[in-house]
Design a protein around this ligand. Sequence first.
Ligand code: MN
Length: 241
Amino acid sequence: MAPVIGVTCDGDLENRRFFLNRAYIEAVSCAGGIPLILPPGPVDLVDRYLSIIDGLLLTGGGDIDPAFFGQEPREGLGRVFPERDEFELALTRRALERGMPILALCRGMQTLNVAAGGTLYQDIAREVPGCWQHSQRKPRSHPHHTIEILPETLLAAILGPRARVNSMHHQAVRDPGEGLRVSARAGDGIIEALEGTRGSFVLGVQWHPEELITRCPEQRQLFQHFISAADISTPCRNPGY
Ligand code: MN
């Protein structure tokens, strides 16, 4: 049976709406998953949500409130939505405890890292001298910079030693959290991917593979590996016994 993938979404408190780019949903569906959107909500719903999904896709969006990783806000911090942070951090911590497969994209990788106790740069242009341009000024579907993937990592097994990726972030992982290791960097040292060290499928990437699938078909493999991991970890629910 196709695995159910919880897909987090963004929101706009002032205009009272939730939203999500369709590319995430299409990427999950094309890889054989059933997407289920999880809007930010009360933290006490987290375990109920986790009981009905087989994998967790943490999506992109605004900045994470630095209060969640022990920093005061600095100049350069962008829009924050603390309710979303609180909900997704709780969801991610519990998913990690359960060994649930997680794919974390862009802000999602930052959420994964903060949930594991790591820290972020609030604005790399201000905090990392000499960093490359990571907020591309071209369509989201175009690769923008190169990343070097560390050997003997899950990501290297999926994409090989190097990739061209898009880049729509101004924050980045500073110190990886517990149970996570760096699996790719850009040439300026910025961390571009993290993965879990505890056996279950946990992968975070700083780019947006869901937007690259047409131009860089190898990026589809990220979703296929994630959905396969979610499929394997699904308890048998086949009613045909
Ligand atoms: Mn980048």
